[in-house]
Design a protein around this ligand. Sequence first.
Ligand code: ZN
Ligand code: CU
Length: 494
Amino acid sequence: MESLKADTLIVGARVIDGTGAPAVERDVAVRDGRIVAIEAPGGLAGWSADQTFDAQGRVLAPGFIDVHTHDDTHVIRSPQMMPKITQGVTTVIVGNCGISASPVTLKGDPPDPMNLLGDAAAFKYPTFAAYVDAVNEARPTVNVGALIGHTALRNNHMDRLDRGASPDEIAGMRAQLEEALNNGALGLSSGLAYGSAFNAPPEELQALAEPLAKAGALYTTHMRTEFDAILDAMDEAYRVGRHARVPVVISHLKCAGPSNWGRSTEVLKSIEATRDGQPVGCDCYPYNRSSSTLDLKQVTGDIDITITWSTPHPEMAGKLIREVADEWKVTQQEAGKRLQPAGAVYHNMSEDDVRRILSHPATMVGSDGLPNDPLPHPRLWGAFPRVLGHYARDTALIPLEEAVRKMTSLSARRFGLTERGEVKVGYYADLVVFDPERVRDAATFAEPQQAADGIDAVWVNGVLTYREQAVTGARAGRFVARGSASKLDAQGAF
Ligand code: ZN
Ligand code: CU
């Protein structure tokens, strides 16, 4: 008879399996990186294990998938990945908003906003295959899936980024995208609001997206605008999806700018109407302030803007641009010019819109954290526990099971991460145990680099990686390729 031996037993937990199903008491056995048994309480009594973890009174859930990150170079430079593993995140998807660390060849400094990923020295991956090797050599604590950035491809093939690409340039970009897709990239991302891609016409995106369908990949987009013309920008995204016959994910969906506040109902209706005909979804982070490089177009005086970094004036980090302007006795525009290059937090959303978008069934959770920012938006360290604590528990926006679904199975299915995102026999043992009464984000705008409370233990590929507010030192993450179409469980993914 086969001996019932596991590496780890997790007993007594309320299991939230990631599908949205109600929590149930279960004991779970893990062996060789996979979940091998799930039984009613006491059902694993005949098993032995190297480690048994008592999870009485705790929730056991699939490790969280951060679908929107800019961790491309961070997973290699800082493989402990403290901002993410401390939240219970076990997989990050890099390469969002049109900017990816690979495939990239620079001619000088990285163009805005590729500088969010690091300085020129951080861009060392001329091919996607080289990036995959670097991730696996670095062995981060978390798994890494990757999108290919449209702006990164433009950087490789164009002499200037303030125009549309020529047919030859598009062909060169497509060849690089195809190389990446052949090596497991999840899809193409764009960042059309940024100057480095704003003048790319819709036809450029449509042509570039054509190879995605055959690979089972998807298109994600930081849209051309999130301000008053947001519905047009959404239509542009849908058209790319229809043209290339691929699913579309709208990144960090928001109604930006006071004149646009309250329009989330309309915006979500647009997604719902479109979903009848083509796969469309979105992600968001659970905060009413955004963050990126400092964009002078957004320095209009009608919202507060906090400076988070400035290359010529690092001493201004933490101040409002209005305060900097007063101190220098100049206009906010002039202050913005003098601060460049710089990073900023924009106080540009209404809380009602954030709640409406976050609670919509089409919405996944993604942090959009900026790990190279010295004063990062707190979403970097707090996004996932904030959804569980502040939004699900304290303000009862959504049930806990639904919150977990938005960070696990929904994300895995949409991005083609097979055998992840659920507590299910045969799946990878990416797991988190948390205290549903205590879990909460500790990161604030003033003190953003703080580990969450209430995350008790995290396993990645079956390896205990975080416990009692400390990393164990084990690093078991790996590059994860897009799953083969035959294994994809796309049902209900969009
Ligand atoms: Zn973005
Ligand atoms: Cu982003």
